[in-house]
Design a binder for this molecule. Sequence first.
Ligand code: ZN
Length: 276
Amino acid sequence: MQSIDDIMAHMGLPDHITAEPGDFIGDDDLVHCGVCGKAKEHRLKYNGRFVPIICQCRMDELAREEAEQQRQMELKRVNELAAYSLIDERFRESTFDNFIADTPEDQHVLRICRNYVDHWDEMLANNAGLLFYGSPGTGKTFAASCIANALMERRVPVLVTSIVRLTADTFGDDLNELLYRMNTARLLVLDDFGAERETSTKAEQVFSVIDARYSAKKPMIITTNLKDFKTETNVRRLRVYDRIFEVCKPVKMDGESKRRAEGQKKRDSIRAILEG
Ligand SMILES: [Zn+2]
């Protein structure tokens, strides 16, 4: 049987590790890195042999490699979600540059959208979303798309979808696949919430999506033409509304009444940031 010494000798360990240009032998008789000055080898007490160890620059290099790998994975996620998203010409043109805000109401909405993007890390950490609601044709989808576009540009994994399109085109009735996809997104933009009302299957899917998002504490931006939040009597629907109002700041886009819906749950800290 071979002794450890024999095995190591067999592995051909040199006396010292191979030094690179700039490396030096320190007072401790070990090879040191010429860049960070840290030892690049360790001497085994029991047989006096040298084994390589990782110096600070190599450690930094490994950390950089890992960060780059993370970045690539994140990028892959961004692209995957973009592929599932409803990205058409109209979406691509929904940018802050194209945001015309010539009324106080529009300026208010624009400010909220910009602040949301600028304070994205806080929004994410606080599971803070937005609910754009009001009459059709008031720019709710545009506002939500501006935010999605700006965050996607910053490589944030965003999924932009409307349940009607997504379930019909991509996932069929595979709710689990749908929920999985939704939850890989840092931000979920759910366009035209309420349009699924006519189909009970789709309505249930939307509720499951919102429940899952809510439980995972991940933010959503929702647009809707619905107005009957107060008068709804269906218990399941009411529970979903409660959850939405708990995590999404309502932004009314109507052009008529500037009064916010009464009794909305105010999340003062988030509000202060958004309106700041
Ligand atoms: Zn080094």
